[in-house]
Ligand binder design. Sequence first.
Ligand code: CA
Length: 229
Amino acid sequence: MRILLAEDDPSIAEGICGSLRHGGHAVDHVSSGNLADAALRDHSYDLLVLDLGLPALDGSEVLRRLRSRGAGLPVLVVTARDGLPERIRVLDLGADDYLVKPFALSEFEARVRALLRRASSNGMPELQVGRLRLDLPGHRAWVDSTPLELTAREFGLLEALALRAERVTSRAQLIEALCDWDQDLTDNGLDIAIHRLRRKLQGSGTGVRTIRGLGYLLEEAGESGTDPA
Ligand code: CA
């Protein structure tokens, strides 16, 4: 999943980025409200983690603009501002959840898992494609009852494809889902990740088919098998 973090406190940002990346997510970090606003216009994210007290543009205004554009991505507000009126105001502006600093990273991670679970699969924490089963918040996958050993990148790739099963996913969409600004994924890198994922899916009855000129399709392997390239 690709997450935008808008937080101007460097040590809090570092902790949150580390925790999210450790969980296998791609994280873009910005430290001002206007940069957050620009990033939300230019990129597509699965979750926004938003500090309210941001320089240049207040977090509340970032949120108000986001919702006025009709964007439905989940928003987790993290802020030092406490008090009932403030919480109600932020939830009414369109936040999905609210965490008051200081908070335990374990609680932050649980709330992120809950928001992503709701957003990615309409409340279903698991996805099934043929004999392949994915536990999205847990980052685990099985073929029947046998666990698949996947790296964080391979799981991200499989997840991006599985969320669009039966539909073609373009290379740009895959790169968008897998990459944050700090770690470039080249065309070659994507090819390698797809190659490795295909090898690990061998014998699973599910494969990644190349749709020339368009992208990739995760599907139950038919009579024709899957593209070995
Ligand atoms: Ca702040």
